[in-house]
Design a protein around this ligand. Structure first.
Ligand code: ADP
Ligand code: F6P
Length: 329
């Protein structure tokens, strides 16, 4: 939809976080608030994503509202999933509430689902910019999403620890990392820890027999442990552990790292990139752009049309996937 006269020049920016939280979201919120203020704009924070918008949980933010948050995980604005906003009535109400509170530019920090919501607000006359925030890295238009770096480092540290005990007991360990539909955390944490098998939801062929064979062969050549990284979306790790132990005779344990991956103090990369993306979002609105998503590609912060971004597809890097297989001998 082309930008029309009903899209006003931005004077007041609203900011919300939506979907799963991700470390670095606070750095992005801080950058939005302070960049907006530096540009002479007003900022309103909206708590609990679209849910808070519909409940009018909206408050004015100043520079001090975002003090002491850059180093904190989670999101000071809270986050939520809001089924009501999937409906036309919810979206109409959301746009009406924005207008009622003078919000003419909205910055939505979240994943693809949240961007769908942003698009609906744009269609109702609110200028919108999406900022990619998800530990999953599963937003096709960008090589970076807020929180991925911290989540991978958290997973890596946890896997290193499991590996110590796995080696001492000469066991096989199946370690489940987050990513229901996306294997980026599994791929990166698996490469970083030298895992023997990395199972990605996008590519796993369900050939458990090949994994079993792999464990048996490596045991024969003297491997003292066998680490399998299982992305959440692939299947039940506890059940897999039982089957693997039975088939190989190698004692096998399953560990689910879980929501630890979503929290914690963000890495320097997540703080800096999230700050850049938050600032960029405000600059786009100031430049009269709308219905865009901030992205990072080939070393640059850029932006895409939301529709175009939502239609893009990506898969885990083939070179990394093949390399991981070769390095795990
Ligand atoms: P993410 O943003 O991380 O992909 P979700 O898919 O859970 O997370 O979406 C977050 C929220 O965005 C949803 O709870 C809903 O309020 C809103 N949303 C998702 N899809 C749509 C849609 N098609 N239209 C309007 N709003 C949507
Ligand atoms: O999208 C981030 C993510 O952590 C996924 O990796 C995971 O599948 C999902 O959220 C879990 O969501 P929740 O437990 O908050 O419902």
């Amino acid at each position: 939809m082309a930008k029309s006269a009903k899209h006003k020049k931005v004077e007041t920016i609203g900011v919300l976080s939506s979907g799963g939280d991700a470390p670095g979201m606070n750095a992005a919120i801080r950058a939005v608030v302070r960049t907006a203020l530096a540009n002479g704009l007003k900022v309103k924070g909206i708590r609990r994503g679209y849910s808070g918008l519909l409940d009018e949980d909206i408050f004015e933010m100043d520079a001090k509202s975002v003090s002491d948050i850059i180093q904190r995980g989670g999101t000071m604005l809270f986050t939520a999933r809001c089924p009501e906003f999937m409906t036309k009535e919810g979206q109409d109400k959301g746009a009406y509430i924005c207008k009622k509170h003078g919000i003419d530019g909205m910055i939505v920090i979240g994943g693809d689902g949240s961007f769908q919501g942003a698009r609906k607000l744009y269609e109702r006359g609110i200028n919108t910019i999406g900022v990619p925030g998800t530990i999953d890295l599963d937003i096709a238009c960008t090589e970076y999403t807020i929180g991925f770096d911290t989540a991978v480092n958290t997973a890596m540290e946890a896997i290193d620890k499991v590996r110590d005990t796995s080696t001492s007991h000469e066991r096989c360990s199946i370690i489940e990392v987050m990513g229901r539909h996306a294997g980026y955390i599994a791929l990166w944490s698996g490469i970083a820890t030298g895992a023997e098998n990395i199972l990605l939801p996008e590519l796993y062929d369900n050939d458990e027999q090949a994994i079993i064979q792999n464990i048996i062969e490596r045991k024969k050549v003297g491997k003292t442990h066998h680490i399998i990284i299982n992305a959440e979306g692939v299947g039940d790790s506890y059940e897999m552990a039982k089957r693997v132990e039975e088939a190989t005779g190698v004692e096998t344990r399953a560990t689910i790292i879980g929501h630890i991956q979503r929290g914690g103090s963000p890495t320097a990369k997540d703080r800096v990139y999230a700050s850049a993306m938050g600032a960029k979002a405000v600059e786009l609105l100031c430049a009269g752009k709308s219905n865009r998503v901030v992205a990072y590609k080939h070393g640059e912060f850029i932006d895409y049309d939301i529709e175009e971004a939502l239609n893009m597809k990506k898969m885990p890097d083939e070179f990394l996937v093949n390399m991981a297989k070769k390095l795990s001998r």
